[in-house]
Design a protein around this ligand. Structure first.
Ligand code: F6P
Length: 763
């Protein structure tokens, strides 16, 4: 309300700003135009009187030629009197050739006499001002049979011209007045529409919509303001964070005490497809691996802090040999703090549920990276069956009837409803780690209603950005019969409420002492040396890194093309620059991923051939799995980190790179289509589809002065440190605790009111 008032007041002021100068300008114009109109009308009327006088004189020529020689005074005066009945003809006189007034009407002004021409021969003015007023005087010689008989003088009253001229002035002023009003009205309407468009575009941006769309929707370009607005928001967020979170930052301890204080130590269960630790057979016997997964990177530290049970697909080759009889294993292996419960899948189940429905269907559907989604009924049936298996595992693992269940990602869209049916009192927090598309795109899915219904079993449904929340609300609105409260961002379906909110995921800020003790090897200088040695690069080589799963959404092809363009534009970089691309093999049994690998390999080879530089070739492609500490060394060794995803929910590589740079150097080139770009504004933001733009950004990153690198990196480090993954989990759990409290109160109220209702019904 208040905002609306302020806006309308602003609008009024804005309108005045348009109207006042406009009225002033038009007023001045009118002021200049009125005398012009005056003299024009006078000129036209004088001309008109000249013509009238001429025709009158013509009409009188013959009678006067007859009457004057006869000295027929009465007839002549009669003739004159008849003529001056015309209201504009004021007086007539006839002068003889000696210059004497011989005949005249009574109205003829004496002062006019016979209007002798001055000796210099100048013509006498037609307009004269006498005591009678302003008069027009015209003369005409009357010819007789033997030459001139004398001059006829016709005098017209010009007062009517003054009246007309005053009227014309009035019309002109009225016209300008009306014009001012019409133009003002149009200006105010246009200003109002522009203002609304602008406000909508800014609001859209604050809600997290992609700026160009929001801006074009309002037909207003707010692009130049986006950076400033983001900076302002950041400041506001910082202030709010100081108020809300101070004096402590979010830490594992703070999360633990939140669980204890707010959720009364309730148990936490996590459900995800990917497990945090895989046991695999290797030459060294059974070894433990951490998968390349943003989800695992984020959720694992949270589970360390919360304890509880993590239910996931046991996909390691030695997984079955390392679990107990309940398929459980305590992890992390070096310092167990929570339980990993493994679920087994047959090859067919994995093919249908994971490769098929999840990764050939939902993954391309949600990413919109120009790979066509494939939906098969058989895959869907596996998806339903495996979701049920995981939901039943949740019930089996739960020690209470109201656990907090954290359901992770698109592999388990049906689990929330299935768990809700089995454990109605559970608090189910579902987090969707990938983008949520617009309703039209999502509508392609043949089982769209089932998926939406499944997700609406959640107490809280989280996305990375407000934009994805908005897409989800619109999708539900389009395909399900629900009640949506847009202000509160809640959906009521089948009597249950789901809160839809954005929780931008993050990473655990490395504790420099415990996580990565810094010594000569792990120092930035040590990493720079060792990585260059290991890659056969000179110590002066400029190094960019790309660290991704080998996935078509990551924009690896576009990244290589940008490198090629950069080298075309800056040939001096050939032999001085190398991109080390680490691509962890992923979903390799799918054709789309196999063909991507072929394309990535051949493009890298072609570019290296085109710009030969021996060991210092432009692209060093490593298609292999890297463990966390190796990846960290590459982050620290790099001059530039390239994240060029075509679409990405968040992208934690960007945040890991920043967290690793305690030297405050290094430049991040970041795709605008990542959730991370909504937070990391000091990165060089690029559109990966725009190869030239990316090439420019890469070059700019390579030559960026250290002071600028430091400014940017410092600011991003503060953000990643403060907006860490404990805050991500903490905010979801705080919201869950609030909703649980509300539910408990509602249950009590319902229990208390039941007897009264019964009595009321009976009476
Ligand atoms: O982005 C969603 C996600 O689940 C991330 O956690 C992870 O980066 C990736 O997909 C994992 O893929 P997968 O588990 O299929 O290897």
């Amino acid at each position: 309300m208040l905002l609306r008032k302020i806006l309308s007041l602003r609008l009024f002021r804005l309108s005045l700003r348009f109207i006042l100068p406009l009225a002033l300008a038009l007023g001045l114009f009118a002021f200049a135009v009125v005398p012009l109109v005056d003299s024009l009308t006078l000129h036209w009327f004088v001309k008109d009187l000249d013509i009238r006088s001429q025709s009158l004189a013509n009409a009188m020529q013959d009678p006067l030629a007859e009457y004057v020689p006869l000295n027929a005074r009465d007839r002549i005066l009669q003739l004159f009197d008849r003529a001056i009945r015309d209201e504009r003809l004021y007086a007539i006189a006839f002068c003889d050739n000696r210059g004497r007034v011989v005949y005249q009407t009574l109205t003829y002004p004496k002062a006019l006499g016979c209007r002798e021409a001055p000796p210099d021969g100048r013509p006498l003015p037609a307009q004269v001002n006498l005591a009678q007023g302003s008069l027009h005087v015209a003369e005409r010689t009357i010819e007789g049979d033997n030459g001139s008989l004398g001059r006829l003088i016709l005098v017209h009253d010009m007062s009517f011209i003054e009246h007309r001229s005053a009227e014309a002035r009035l019309y002109v002023l009225a016209l300008f007045g009306v014009l001012t009003m019409v133009i003002s009205l149009i200006s105010v309407v246009v200003a109002h529409l522009s203002w609304r468009g602008w406000i909508n575009a800014v609001k859209g941006m604050l809600r997290g919509e992609r700026t160009p769309n929001a801006a074009s929707a309002g037909q207003v370009d707010i692009q130049p303001l986006v950076g400033d607005l983001h900076a302002m928001l950041r400041e506001l967020n910082l202030e709010r964070r100081v108020l809300v979170d101070s004096p402590q930052l979010w830490t594992p301890d703070k999360l633990r005490s939140l669980l204890h204080d707010e959720l009364a130590g309730d148990e936490v269960l996590v459900v995800s497809n990917r497990e945090p630790y895989l046991h695999v057979h290797s030459e060294q016997g059974i070894t433990v691996h951490r998968p390349a997964s943003g989800l695992v990177t984020a959720v694992e530290p949270v589970m360390r802090a919360c304890s509880g049970t993590w239910i996931a697909h046991g996909s390691g080759s030695a997984d079955r040999e390392t679990v107990d009889r309940q398929d459980r294993v305590a992890v992390p292996p070096d310092k167990p703090s929570y339980t990993l419960r493994r679920i087994w899948l047959s090859k067919e189940e994995e093919a249908g549920y994971y490769y098929g429905f999840s990764n050939e269907g939902l993954w391309p559907l949600c990413h919109i990276a120009h790979v066509r989604p494939v939906f098969r009924s058989a895959d869907w049936e596996y998806y339903v069956a495996i979701n049920r298996r995981f939901a039943e595992a949740v019930v089996a693992e739960a020690r209470t009837d109201d656990p907090v269940v954290l359901v992770q990602d698109y592999h388990f869209a049906l689990v929330p409803r299935m768990v809700r049916e089995l454990l109605p009192k559970a608090t189910i927090i579902t987090f969707w780690h990938i983008p949520w598309p617009n309703p039209e795109s999502f509508g392609i899915c043949p089982w769209r209603a089932e998926i939406l219904e499944g997700l609406l079993g959640s107490t809280i449904l989280g996305f990375h950005t407000p934009f994805h929340c908005k897409n989800f609300l619109e999708t539900v609105d389009r395909y399900l019969e629900t009640r949506i409260e847009h202000e509160a961002s809640t959906i009521s379906y089948g009597g249950e409420l789901t809160q839809v909110a954005s929780y931008p995921i993050s990473i655990a800020w490395p504790d420099s002492v415990a996580d990565s003790p810094i010594d000569a090897v792990t120092s930035v200088a040590g990493c720079r040396r060792s990585v260059r040695d290991q890659c056969g690069l000179s110590h002066q080589q400029l190094v960019a890194i790309g660290i991704d799963r080998l996935d078509y959404t990551k924009g690896i092809i576009e990244r290589f093309e940008a490198i090629e363009r950069m080298l075309e534009l800056h040939p001096d970089m050939v032999g001085r620059f190398t991109l080390v691309q680490i691509a962890a093999p992923s979903r390799s049994s799918l054709e789309e991923y196999q063909s991507l690998e072929t394309r990535v390999r051949s493009l890298a080879a072609r570019i290296n051939e085109r710009f030969p530089a021996g060991a210092q070739s432009p692209i060093l492609l490593k298609i292999e799995q890297f463990d966390t500490s190796q990846v960290n060394r590459y982050y620290r060794a790099a001059d530039v980190c390239l994240v060029t995803s075509l679409h990405d929910g968040m992208n934690l590589v960007a945040k890991e790179f920043i967290a690793s740079r305690d030297d405050e150097l290094g430049v991040l080139v970041l795709s605008q289509f990542t959730g991370a770009a909504r937070e990391l504004h000091e990165a060089l933001i690029v559109n990966p589809y725009h190869i030239e733009q990316s090439a420019d950004a890469i070059y700019r990153a390579l030559v960026m002065p250290a002071a600028e690198q430091r400014d940017r990196m410092r600011s991003m480090r503060v953000l990643v440190r403060d907006f860490n993954v404990f805050r991500w989990a903490g905010h979801m759990l705080l919201d869950a605790a609030r909703l649980r409290r509300r539910e408990r109160i509602m249950t009590k109220i319902r229990a208390h009111s039941r007897p009264y209702l019964r009595r009321a019904a009976a009476s």
